[in-house]
Design a protein around this ligand. Sequence first.
Ligand code: NAG
Ligand code: NAG
Length: 404
Amino acid sequence: MAARAAAGAWVLVLSLWGAAAVVGSQNVTARIGEPLVLNCKGAPKKPPQQLEWKLNTGRTEAWKVLSPEGAPWDSVARVLPNGSLLLPAVGIQDEGTFRCRATNRHGKESKSSYRVRVYQIPGKPEIVDPASELTAGVPNKVGTCVSEGGYPAGTLSWHLDGKPLTPDGKGVAVKEQTRRHPETGLFTLQSELVVTPARGGAAHPTFSCSFSPGLPRRKAVHAAPIHPSVWEPVSLENVQLLVEPEGGTVAPGGTVTLTCEAPAQPAPEIHWMKDGMPLPLPPSPVLLLPEVGPQDQGSYSCVATIPSHGSQESPAVTVSIAETDEGQSTGSTGGSGLGTLALALGTLAALGIAALLVGVIAWQRRRRQGKERKAPESQEEEEERAELNQSEEPETAERGTGGP
Ligand SMILES: *[C@@H]1O[C@H](CO)[C@@H](O)[C@H](O)[C@H]1NC(C)=O
Ligand SMILES: *[C@@H]1O[C@H](CO)[C@@H](O)[C@H](O)[C@H]1NC(C)=O
């Protein structure tokens, strides 16, 4: 009973000591594999000493106590003659809390407390699989930044022309991976950068990657930057043909301007087509039709060509001459067959007049024959022939409209 109570009191004292010491805790960082010396404040420089080291690290279960008289803790730690604690080669498992309580020659007690953290500087980060060329407007893999052998993990970050690149779910995406070496416990970080360069942006951006250690007050390490070139892609999807005057209908002798719009880089070569046939003209984005005559009427389109990327034809536009002749006020809104229609109507009118004349002549002849009292059979025959002429000839004219 008494023993257990004493033990409980000792635990309580320890806890209180711990709580008090945390206030004055000093942060210590030590590089992995190097020795670390922690001084015990207030301890006499030489034995005899009244001091005790307590440590709670990755290697200990709860607290481990070390004293000058006691044996060293394997090769992990030992108390030096001047009371300091030496760790010959710190490792990741030595991270934790170290405390010393000492009493000096005059019986005054001092406490020291350390929070030890270890670090390892990784190799210089490197951008592997760097892209030499990026395409504007589409996502491109720029490269993968790799940092190997660091501790703690730290972070990798990307910069574009000196400005931080933050993943935004749109133009910038970063895929990160953290691996830990099974034996050394050191970290390997990977950060794959995917960007969608804006069209018309910088042609030679600079991408850089840096490693920021997970410990404060440690400098970032930079990878050698890369300078991919940005290539503006060719898009010939949207070739448009604009016509002036609007609608493509012009008065005889007027001017029609056809403009081909093909927004692409490099600028495509523009050729022209009329009624499906290429026009033998030098390439130009503008086709001017001055003094428009019947021969200029038709269906026009432009063809944008970028060598090595193919061609794209615009939708067709119809050029026609507005009707000015009152005799042909048919209300037609123009089209490729307008001229033909006018021609057909003229023919029709002419044929009508001819038929009328034939009819008149036949009637006059019949009247004369009637007066001469000729046979009625021949009369009917003549009449029939006249009617045939009348009904046959306009049909021929109508068929003609669909012809040319
Ligand atoms: C020690 O490190 C801890 C955690 O990183 C921090 O909160 C504390 O402020 C540091 N103390 C000193 C004295 O720098
Ligand atoms: C104790 O000795 C070690 C090694 O000789 C030295 O690094 C350390 O500074 C000494 N501590 C004090 C408090 O003098």
